[in-house]
Design a protein around this ligand. Sequence first.
Ligand SMILES: [Zn+2]
Length: 391
Amino acid sequence: MPAGDHTIDPFAGLTDEVPTTLADHLRSVQLVDHHVHGVFDEPIDRAAFEASINEGSTDPVPGWMTMFDGPLGVAIRRWCAPVLGLAPHVSGDDYWAARAALEPADLAERFLRPAGVARWVVDTGFQGTLITPPERLTELSGGVPSSEILRLELQIESLLAAGTSPADLPDAFRARLAEARPHIVGTKTIAAYRCGFDVDWTRPDDRTVAAAAEEMLARPGAPRVDSAALSAFAVHEAAAAGLPVQVHVGFGDRDLDLHRADPMLLLPLLRIIEPVPVLLLHCYPFHRQAGYLAQAFDHVSFDVGLAINYLGSRSVELVGEAMEVAPFAKQLYSSDAFGPPELHYLGSLLWRRAMGLVLGAWVRRGEWSLDDAVRAVDLIGVENAERVYGL
Ligand SMILES: [Zn+2]
């Protein structure tokens, strides 16, 4: 969001709250979005759009309500409407009409370019065919480079689907990691979705891995990793290869048992894993636990991406809570945007706004210096990601 190049000023009307130097810095800083997905590259209908701004439910949005009446929907109507040439706070119907008149590529360019992102770190695992691959995200955002994250469970599934035998799986997986290594900056586990965190995280031997794969293949349908042994294997192998490991934590759709995705349940893993960077993603509503873990373990960092968008106006309090206990070298910015490019833009805008309001209040009260505030913005927004992924 370079000054003069943004459609909307996140700090309009906030000169009393946010000191000018801090606001200017937050308007111009070019972020590393360390956990993000592609944008929709095909036209979608309103039902698909509404479903794509509803993280928790896996059902269509019922006809008697609209996601435009919700924290994220209000934020889209407030902050994204002007990007489409509409007044802030337009109705959901008017927003939809304007959006539907634009081609996906046009929409993407309008929202991605003013997001003020210097690098996308892209997770290509989920619904990888519905949305843009990293190269296309780069193109649509005007040349912003992309780095790639490898989904661990997906690698096991694709090896087995391609005919790798359970006995050969451990070596084949290690070979695949070695092969992918030059092209990726990290890995990701979705154990939260598959087995939960309250499992045995010890590193299984190859025979245990083969037996777990055997058991999985005996079930009907495509191979789906849902055993703790296979997720633990993949995570320990990634760490042994020196690769950063992102962990989906907390907030997600209802396929996930949220109470089993509390990062405190990862303590046994964090105590024994090779100390590669471990990035706890999203974390809401367990972001305070994540902050504690980031303080307690040198190799652990966290973010509150996804929830920033979904909490809308309350993202200010969320960002404030994320600033409570962890050193500022242990937190990263992400949007976790997926699908509508509004989310890539809004995540960045709401984070800038929240950081301005939270840190600005501390500066105004004399608890922080302006330099401290600018430093925290640079660490969380840019430098920590550069360090942990070696960008
Ligand atoms: Zn994600």
